[in-house]
Design a protein around this ligand. Structure first.
Ligand code: ZN
Length: 213
């Protein structure tokens, strides 16, 4: 099964992708994690994108397209999280998958209002070891149970968040239209609990998987 998880920053794409990965056995490919790993390891790609990432801007198409193609050669069943982010990337992915099937089965769009996004992201802390996320409103931990430190991501401050939302809103519409025309788009309301969102996603996936069995 190949799927894409779209949605505003902070709508819970990563969390939902991890849950889907556990239940349905697809590999979770988080573009954000892959890029941050490149930066942390100070690879050639990492050094070239560090400034772009910390401003909340988008990494150029050529780099992310290349990264995702490498991953798709390794894994058949995947959940793409954080890619594609532009219409050009989506069209590139579409062409690539037609030449290297299987093609996409479903595209989820987690929908969330701007105010909710700012509230969620500015209180978000990320474990520097296992990447699990916590919100300071619900968790008063100093450390993750895995032993890692909880840190605020460089791009999770209100000013950068507003900028990321502007970038996101400009880019999501053509992407949404594209996948709607492909008949792959499933919008999911993300202003609910993690369990509620996952129940909605599971219902769609079960409706897609079961007929194929
Ligand atoms: Zn951890």
């Amino acid at each position: 099964m190949r799927m894409v998880m779209l949605g505003a920053p902070g709508a819970g794409k990563g969390t939902q992708a991890r849950l889907v990965s556990t239940k349905y056995g697809a590999v979770h490919l988080s573009m954000g994690s892959i890029l941050r790993h490149e930066v942390a390891e100070q690879t050639e790609i990492g050094r070239s994108i560090r400034g772009t990432l910390s401003k909340g801007d988008m990494v150029e198409d050529g780099i992310v397209n290349m990264i995702i193609e490498n991953q798709l050669q390794r894994y058949e069943s995947v959940i793409l999280d954080g890619y594609p982010r532009t219409l050009l990337q989506a069209q590139h992915l579409d062409r690539y998958l037609k030449e290297h099937p299987p093609v996409l089965d479903v595209v989820f769009l987690l929908e969330l209002a701007v105010d909710s996004v700012i509230h969620r992201l500015s209180g978000r802390r990320v474990c520097d070891r296992c990447s699990k996320t916590y919100h300071i409103q619900f968790y008063r931990l100093e450390r993750c149970p895995c032993g890692g430190h909880l840190i605020q991501r460089e791009d999770d401050n209100p000013e950068t968040i507003r900028h990321r939302m502007e970038v996101y809103q400009a880019e999501i519409k053509p992407l949404r239209d594209f996948y709607e025309q492909c008949g792959l788009l499933y919008p999911i309301g993300a202003d609910q609990s993690v369990e509620g969102i996952f129940a909605d996603i599971s219902e769609v996936l079960d409706g897609i998987i079961l007929p194929k069995m």
